[in-house]
Design a protein around this ligand. Structure first.
Ligand SMILES: O=C(O)CCC(=O)C(=O)O
Length: 259
């Protein structure tokens, strides 16, 4: 979590597998009808600078403290030999046990800016706590990069679930931001490899010419995507920066029965 003004060490930009068709994220309209149309058409919404710095700061500080205490962050850098990113890493699960129930983590999930967009997309009050995560991805370990997948393949009751994915600090492409395949939700649920203990997520096959919408993200930028939208991460190709991001999941709250 280097201060935003400091440069990120960039090695090769991204792995060959994802350099083929990187396309820019398109900023979503800011009106309800426009957002809904965009969500239906593309299966994702990119909203730059949505969350103010003041809403990110408490969680940012809490995570920084947790990372520093564990020795995963020193003077804004991480040990290049550290390997964090596996879904079943006991050290990460312990970290999640500290962060996910924390007040700053829950407060950011309820940030009015996030809920406003989700209300437009879901056409309902967003119900939180649908499988939230704070991800840490070590540098120089492409085997830890999240492969293409749909959340619907792994989540229970995924219908109508949408995710808000956001970095707490700037996340330029060499740090490995999220990438979404626009319109892929229209293809339905694809075959996925099962999740196996001790392994990374394997995900689903995607065509070589699939377009991956991604870009240099600023703190406060948010990518929203449906549970059927195929998404992946780019490799963290920095020398010594840990990628830190949060993803919050929501579904429409059932409406109370009419009186
Ligand atoms: O942050 C990542 O690397 C992957 C995020 C993801 O797959 C998700 O939020 O569903």
């Amino acid at each position: 979590m280097r201060p935003p003004s400091a440069p990120v060490h960039a090695e090769p930009a991204v792995s060959a597998a994802v350099t083929r068709r990187l396309v820019p994220l398109v900023a979503a309209p800011d009106d309800t009808a426009g957002r809904r149309a965009c969500a239906e058409r593309d299966g994702y919404l990119y909203v730059p600078r949505l969350v103010p710095g003041s809403a990110l700061a408490p969680l940012r500080a809490r995570i920084e403290q947790a990372l520093t205490r564990r020795g995963w962050l020193r003077d804004g850098a991480t040990d290049p030999a550290l390997r964090l990113g596996r879904w079943d890493d006991a050290r990460w699960i312990d970290f999640l046990g500290e962060i996910l129930p924390s007040e700053p983590y829950r407060a950011l999930a309820a940030a009015p800016a996030l809920l406003g967009v989700l209300r437009d997309v879901l056409d309902a009050e967003p119900e939180p706590f649908v499988g939230d995560v704070c991800r840490l991805v070590s540098p120089g370990a492409p085997e830890l990069t999240t492969p293409p997948h749909q959340d619907a393949a792994y989540l229970k009751d995924a219908a109508a679930v949408w995710t808000a994915w956001l970095p707490l600090d700037p996340c330029p492409t060499p740090l490995g931001p999220l990438a979404v395949w626009p319109g892929s939700h229209h293809l339905g649920l694809r075959p996925h490899a099962p999740v196996v203990t001790g392994g990374g997520l394997v995900g689903t096959d995607t065509p070589d010419d699939a377009p991956w919408a991604t870009g240099d993200l600023a703190a406060g930028d948010v990518i929203f995507f449906s549970a059927l939208t195929v998404h992946r991460a780019l490799d963290n190709a920095t020398a010594d920066q840990l990628r830190v991001s949060v993803d919050y999941r929501y579904r429409p709250k059932p409406r109370p029965p009419a009186p």
